[in-house]
Design a protein around this ligand. Sequence first.
Ligand code: 3H9
Length: 692
Amino acid sequence: MSAEYQVQGNLAVITLNNPPVNGLGHATRQAIVQGISRAQEDAAVTAIIITGAGKAFSGGADIKEFNSPKAFAEPSLHTVISVLEEAEKPVIAAIHSVCMGGGLELALGCHYRIASPGAQIALPEVKLGILPGAGGTQRLPRVVGLETALNMIVSGNPVSSEKLAQTALFNQIAEGDLMTAATAFANQVAAVRPLPKVRDIRIDYPNYEAFLQFSRNTVKAMSGPFPAPLACVEAVAAAVSKKFDDGIQFERELFLKLVQTTESKALRHAFFAERAASKLPDVPDDTPVRTIKSVAVVGAGTMGGGIAMNFANAGIPVRILEMKQEALDKGLATIRKNYENTLKKGKLTQEKFEQRVALISGTLDYQEIAQADIVIEAVFEDMSVKQQVFQQLDAVMKPGAILASNTSTLDVDQIAAFTQRPQDVIGTHFFSPANVMKLLEIVRGKLTAKDVLATVMALSKKIRKTGVVSGVCDGFIGNRMIEQYSRQAGYLLEEGCTPEQVDKAVEKLGFAMGPFRMGDLAGNDIGWYIRKRRYVEKPHIIYSKTADLLCEMGRFGQKTGAGWYDYKPGDRKPYPSTVVNDMIVKHSADIGVERRKISDQEITERLIYALVNEAAYILEEGIANRASDIDMVYLTGYGFPLHTGGPMFYADTVGLSNVVRAMEKYAKGRHGEAWKPAPLLAKLAADGKTFN
Ligand code: 3H9
């Protein structure tokens, strides 16, 4: 049973018990209905309390069930809610911790609701690409008002129970023990008849059409490719414009449509992928972790500064080490300025601003960082520089300190070998801007200790990053894949595209930024530096020379006021550049390639399938633990469109055999060798299987 039934005196108590968050799966729904029926039949029972065991009242419908017929098997959530609402004895929801989605809908079907202070109340379905499908859009506006309900349903964000104390959602906010308060309340209302039902409340909102029209316009402009937010508005509109039962029917139809959309499947995939990424088969949840109370960062450049801010934001003191006073002062001033900008925008209180600035200090002396629990190196991406730094860290850091490198491509095992304590060395690859981007690639060296890995994974949660573990290889998961993507982007230029055409094609698909705009933002010189290394180490790899020619012109991107695009001073807007386009056309002629018209479909397929094929090698080699980890890397670090669920989920949606067929076609063109399908991809496609 996933709900327990107990009789305590004259009260029946139904306790949802389906860890981790009392999801309302089929068995739980059955158990609730059985509990209500037992309570109705027991003449000694005068009222029924429904509550949740453990860390939630309920986190809502069991999302895992959505892809199976169980999700809709009777008793459906609708049926359960009707059973509660129609019960002849008062049903009181005793709410604590988390009351979300179907959990809140269940509570809204009860006659009364009591909540602990601080409970998180939400209808977050929109974040999964659906809408509340068990009456939430019809009942919530009846108790909290049209505007509050619409905000909660369209944003999906939680609101604390105290904030809703003045609304008809709660009959009481419990002071002290929740069950004691619920018991006293249940006894008070045991004899009340008729029983109050949320469905009977009238929504009083004169001129609601004007408000709803305004909401439609705003939501439409903000929801991009996602259909759910607008559907939420329409469902809430039905709560005012239709009779209750018709509104419920309308909500249900919308829900059933949305749950089938690729966008919703992609968001549900991302929900579970994010949680799966924090689990490693050989590092169980109870692996001991090292205490992290202080952090040091080596390097006060853009990366080092951004990394330091993450820890200050989480309340952890950080000391930044630099070689020269001038560089240190500049780095600290940049951090201060970043915080000042956030303060000016009203996104930070004065108090928090001061706290955060005070948590970051600087030093020129290695000895002054020796007692830090973790040190993160963020110096120039060159092995000999890394060697010097890690040898120094090995000499000064206290025993047990974690030594992390922010390298984006270099061999973490080689870095670890510069020290006498390779078990304490790990890669922590942040993405620029490091204080903003969600992704943290955690690079596990051959000798990295399990407790070091567990500590860094826990730390990534604390600083609100999505930590994804990668094995050691050139570029790890993200940059190793982007290498193939960039190569295709370069070939496309040689064959007939302009940077603008390539960028627009992928941006139309929902990418935050195309490859050339991304290059201009990150700095084209970084790729140039890496390619020069590869020309020596891996001479068989053929790159388009266009990017080198661009760098030879000094066009490093936004920072030099010119890159693939032209820029006006103080303006980040890219303008197509005649100089660059001429250079590309000339280069095609120089290498004897006849330029042709290339379709957007070819552009997006070549860029995305190049990512997917490399990802298949990465998965096969065990560099990534699971396909969904690769999706998380691309969704949180590379601006891959969320509504597609990431490159692997996207390829699954297209069908792997279709992906392979397209690759075979491109293999007949220039640089066809790049299109040899990875054995794993070929096998899955042949077997009709998927990555995820
Ligand atoms: C819905 O209700 C539809 C209805 O309107 C209509 C139906 C007809 N189902 O996040 P955490 C798991 S849609 C299944 O790390 P936290 C999660 O996978 C639903 N599993 O913890 C993880 O498992 P594991 C609307 C769920 O404390 C574990 O719980 N509800 C569900 O940071 C811990 O999760 C939502 O969208 C679920 N509903 O946060 C709520 N929820 O340990 C989504 C969680 O195996 N959930 N799990 O990896 C959340 O926002 C957070 O999980 C919550 C807890 C705030 C509840």
